[in-house]
Design a protein around this ligand. Structure first.
Ligand code: SF4
Length: 291
């Protein structure tokens, strides 16, 4: 699906107080997301914006009054990309995320970026000017076929290359293994791949609800029929055994590998190279971060 409906909209401010446990500000320079992930939790946003088009088919580009005093955000956590990817492909043309970072320059805000793109590399010099920055990439598979079935973002290889470069530039990185698809996502293979350049590994299970549940169940029935009974158990009969077993497995694996293992936590600081901190957010529909 192509994003064909693009318009610029005027908003008073781009800074929105977050209602998530993460606190701080949730900042989205765009409305809608061309990455169009089939499991996107943010697609529910559509109903608050008056859009009737399919998720991924529209993009509103925000124009806001410039941030007058960046110090207003000193010490605050600013999350960019919670409900739309600030580095979606149109950022190359509209540069709204870039502009936001420019306007925040000089503040001591903590910047947290969630993306599926490598365009963030363009802003590396700018990001280095903030005292606390974290960039996370969502990677829930190493299989490019499954990836293209699920999203329109850049390849896994490009995401991992970007993660490595950002890590080497001295910025804290996260590999966000999310959403974990039962029977498809190989968490350990992903961790093995990124452990040399990820400070944190966040794990989040797939939740199926709302409009996209039917689409994902149909996909599993058609493309992975052997897994369909498992998905029925988990998503129709609401069995938690699978996640409990996976949780036990990953905590044992972390212990065996010497990786620190946490639950629902957001430890700050860098990790020892090769020993990322694994943080388990299983069972939550939204990432639950505690300071
Ligand atoms: S990149 Fe994130 S916000 Fe965009 S469609 Fe995918 S899950 Fe949703």
């Amino acid at each position: 699906m192509n994003t064909e409906i693009i318009k610029e909209i005027d908003v008073q401010s781009v800074m929105t107080k977050s209602s998530l446990p993460v606190g701080g500000y949730s900042v989205n320079p765009y409305v809608g997301c061309p990455h169009a992930c089939k499991y996107c939790y943010a697609s529910f946003m559509k109903r608050f914006t008056g859009h009737t088009e399919p998720w991924g088919a529209f993009l509103d580009v925000k124009n806001w009054k410039p941030i007058a005093n960046p110090h207003k955000y000193d010490g605050e956590r600013i999350v960019i990309g919670s409900v739309t990817d600030g580095y979606n492909p149109y950022e190359e043309q509209f540069c709204r995320t870039h502009r936001l970072l420019e306007e925040l320059r000089g503040s001591n805000a903590e910047i947290m970026i969630c993306t599926k793109s490598d365009l963030v590399l363009r802003d590396l010099d700018l990001l280095k000017r903030f005292p606390k920055v974290t960039v996370s990439w969502s990677v829930n598979t190493l299989d490019e076929r499954f990836r293209t079935d699920m999203d329109n973002a850049v390849s896994i290889e490009r995401r991992l290359n970007a993660m490595r470069q950002v890590y080497e530039a001295g910025i804290r990185t996260v590999c966000f293994v999310s959403p974990i698809f039962p029977g498809i996502t190989d968490m350990k293979a992903i961790i093995e791949k990124v452990k040399g350049y990820a400070d944190l590994i966040w794990l989040e299970n797939l939740n199926l609800r709302g409009q996209f549940k039917g689409g994902i169940m149909t996909y599993i029935r058609e493309k992975h029929p052997d897994l369909f009974p498992l998905y029925e158990e988990i998503y129709n009969k609401k069995r938690l055994d699978y996640w409990q077993a996976l949780e036990q497995d990953i905590s044992q694996y972390a212990k065996a590998q010497g990786f620190p293992y946490r639950i629902n936590d957001l430890p700050y600081g860098r990790s020892e190279k090769g020993k990322p901190v694994i943080v388990n957010y299983f069972y939550h529909e939204k990432i639950r971060l505690t300071k």
